[in-house]
Design a protein. Structure first.
Length: 126
């Protein structure tokens, strides 16, 4: 049981690290654009609580593209709101919303993963 909890924590923290590294790379090496929230994609989670992922439209060169952000309840943005987007000039379709909220969520995932690792180790040592 302890091993499963620790492994879950490592995977959770690993996913957060990937997100943090992508955000950092986009912020330092990517191009920045201001997009607008055009709609929300409604998703259902395990508790049947809807979450709303913002879809942001932005321009990269002469192309109009869309990027989807993290889902939340209630929605953290409103339709028409301006949002900062970063993208690689080589792959603008892989853009990311780069806001303080996106960073905060990624850091929370990292902390949650680390907590599961610590709990798993503590259970194994008892």
């Amino acid at each position: 049981m302890a091993t499963v909890i620790a492994i879950f924590g490592v995977l959770f923290a690993g996913a957060a690290m990937v997100k943090l590294m992508r955000l950092a790379a986009m912020r330092s090496h990517g191009r920045r654009a201001i997009g607008r929230v055009v709609r929300f994609e409604v998703m259902r989670n395990l508790t049947d609580q809807p979450t709303y992922a913002p879809v942001v439209e932005f321009e990269a060169g002469d192309r109009k593209l869309e990027v989807k952000g993290w889902g939340s309840f209630p929605p953290r943005y409103v339709v028409g709101q301006e949002v900062a987007v970063c993208y690689s000039p080589a792959y603008p379709e892989k853009a990311q919303i780069v806001s303080g909220r996106e960073w905060w969520i990624a850091w929370c995932f990292l902390a949650g993963g680390a907590a599961f690792v610590v709990i798993g180790i503590a259970i194994a040592l008892q």
